[in-house]
Design a protein. Structure first.
Length: 290
């Protein structure tokens, strides 16, 4: 197959070989893999992008708390407020990412991107960039396929499951995907897309998965918002010319090794970290008695 890739380096090489952007390599690969025509593949991508945007709206509109009482209405509180420290773009990304993750906690329809627990980062960043720069559907498509390429490589070369690699594999991967998406939406070069994802992922290494009461709410909801801003930071650095000293694929390999080396208590079992603090244990007991 002409566009069969196994690494970020493969995508970059195809991009250079054919003079096409990163995202278009991923699109052409998907056309080859599915044996569908390009219009059909683009149509499926646009359906998912529409779900991204609807999840943002749903999360902002529904301010009810979840049965656990740990989340709900937080995105709306941000939306109704004003940034004090962040740029308007970063503030939107923070808000929208939390909105999508709150929608997930309430069982609304979301795209697992790459997982349900990390579903807010990519949609939050893409919607914030699109809103701020008044971008068209084509820009969202560029971002979607750039994120998909990064996600595909990480999934196949490493892992995206918190139970295997900790939260660095979930929210960390989502942030790397979002950083790539942001650059692609702004028509950055392939080198900039690769740099953004590498800078992003290398700075989330070691993040543990310690959900309180075993629910994807604490620390997950707010973590999605924080790492949406992290993704934009990496994208900003990449488009300013900063580069990772460690190549992207080596960063992915390091993430995988670190995740598998984490104790099981820090890999989604709720047997360590925040989950076993005094307050965390009290919340878990209360949730069990609901």
């Amino acid at each position: 197959m002409k566009y069969n890739y196994n690494s970020i380096a493969d995508i970059a090489a195809f991009s250079e070989r054919d003079g096409i952007p990163f995202w278009q390599v991923v699109l052409r690969s998907e056309v080859e893999l599915t044996e569908a025509d390009e219009a059909a593949v683009l149509g499926e991508a646009k359906k998912r992008i529409a779900i991204f945007n609807q999840s943002v709206e749903d999360g902002l509109a529904d301010i009810r708390t979840t049965p656990s009482g740990m989340s709900g209405g937080q995105a709306k509180a941000l939306f109704d407020g004003q940034p004090r420290f962040l740029s308007p773009l970063a503030y939107k990304a923070l808000t929208y990412a939390i909105a999508v993750n709150e929608a997930n906690a309430k069982m609304f329809r979301i795209v697992a991107c790459p997982t349900a627990g990390s579903c807010g980062v990519v949609p939050g960043v893409m919607r914030a960039v699109g809103d701020t720069y008044h971008l068209d559907e084509e820009a969202y498509v560029r971002g979607f396929f750039a994120a998909a390429g990064v996600g595909n490589v990480i999934t196949n070369a490493a892992c995206v499951a918190g139970a295997v690699g900790g939260c660095q594999a979930e929210v960390g991967s989502a942030a790397a995907m979002a950083a790539a998406a942001a650059v692609a939406m702004m028509e950055g070069t392939t080198d900039e897309v690769v740099a953004a994802m590498a800078l992003c992922l290398k700075n989330v290494l070691g993040l543990v998965c310690d959900p309180v009461a075993g629910l994807v709410e604490v620390p997950c909801v707010k973590r999605n918002g924080i790492y949406a801003v992290h993704a934009l930071t990496a994208a900003e650095m990449a488009m300013a010319g900063l580069r990772s000293q460690i190549p992207a694929d080596e960063v992915i390999g390091a993430m995988d090794r670190i995740g598998r080396a984490l104790p099981s208590a820090l890999r989604e079992t709720s047997e360590g970290g925040l989950a076993v603090t005094e307050t965390g244990k009290k919340i878990a007991e209360r949730v069990r008695n609901l």
